[in-house]
Design a binder for this molecule. Structure first.
Ligand code: SAM
Length: 264
């Protein structure tokens, strides 16, 4: 259910974030957990979406975008203000704050925007087909949900999906180990490219905030996916093969005959 502005009015404060065509006004709650404020890593990612380096190659207009662990929804709203079709997700109890920020910033949205609950590790079939872009800001934070987060990234990603992840490097407690584990998990399934600071927003960047670009490795879970194809109808063999940029040739006896497309 969408939140009413009054639900947050007594204990909230607003943050203004400049973007190309105006200002995003993001409501944050004074009391609550990590979801209720805009984190610095979110600002770095949101601003990167309007940085010269990103815009010169990746236009957001009409792109399908999913944000995970969106919190206030600032990153998704920035994408929607650039013309993307955005689905912002977080735990169910956080969705009202995202809805509230959508309402406040409706006039800035030139694409479309919706908020939905998605707990990492859960079934993502209602979020299919795979989006063009997945956005994740400062979610490498929870020991217990690190693997579910990576598994959701895998489940949502297709051959043409780019994942942009920002996170703050933390040096206390178990956080350095968490960051290390994240890199281990993610590199099993994705290629990882670090976006250098000089390609980020000239103001909104910091040495302790990292920005990564991930692409799913083509062979990721290949046997598993092809086994699923085999269990389905021929039509679906073709669509799965296309998703993996493979040419489906024909079933031959008990085998599926496929051919990798040029350049893959
Ligand atoms: C540190 S906050 C970052 C919020 C926002 N992305 C930002 O940077 O401003 C982490 C977010 O992850 C969400 N989160 C935590 N565990 C989650 C889970 N298991 N599934 C989905 N979201 C989760 C929290 O609700 C919170 O909004």
């Amino acid at each position: 259910m969408a939140a009413e502005v009054d639900d947050f009015s007594d204990h909230s404060f607003e943050r203004e974030i400049e973007c190309k065509d105006g200002i995003l006004r993001i409501k944050q709650a004074e009391v609550g957990d990590e979801s209720c404020v805009v984190w610095d890593a979110a600002l770095v990612l949101a601003k990167y979406l309007q940085a010269e380096h990103f815009c010169s190659k990746d236009r957001l207009e009409n792109k399908q975008v999913i944000e995970l662990g969106a919190g206030t929804g600032v990153v998704g709203l920035m994408a929607a203000s650039c013309g993307a079709h955005v689905c912002c997700t977080d735990l169910p109890e956080v969705v009202p704050l995202i809805e509230l920020n959508r309402t406040i910033n409706q006039h800035m949205i030139t694409g479309t925007f919706m908020a939905n609950s998605l707990k990492w590790g859960q079934d993502v079939s209602t979020f299919q087909p795979s989006p063009d872009l997945i956005l994740v800001a400062d979610c490498i934070y929870y020991e217990e949900s690190l693997e579910p987060l990576v598994s959701t990234l895998c489940d949502l990603s297709g051959a043409n999906t780019t994942v942009l992840i920002s996170y703050e490097e933390r040096t206390t407690g178990s956080k350095p180990l968490l960051e290390k584990k994240f890199h281990q998990f993610v590199r099993e399934h994705f290629t990882v490219e670090k976006i250098p600071q000089e390609q980020q927003d000239p103001v909104y960047h910091s040495p302790d905030i990292h920005l990564l670009k991930l692409k799913e490795k083509l062979n990721n879970r290949f046997p598993e996916r092809m086994a699923m194809c085999w269990a389905n109808k021929e039509k679906q063999h073709v669509s799965y093969a296309m998703k993996l940029n493979l040419r489906f040739v024909a079933p031959q006896g008990n085998h599926i005959c496929i051919q990798r497309l040029e350049g893959q």
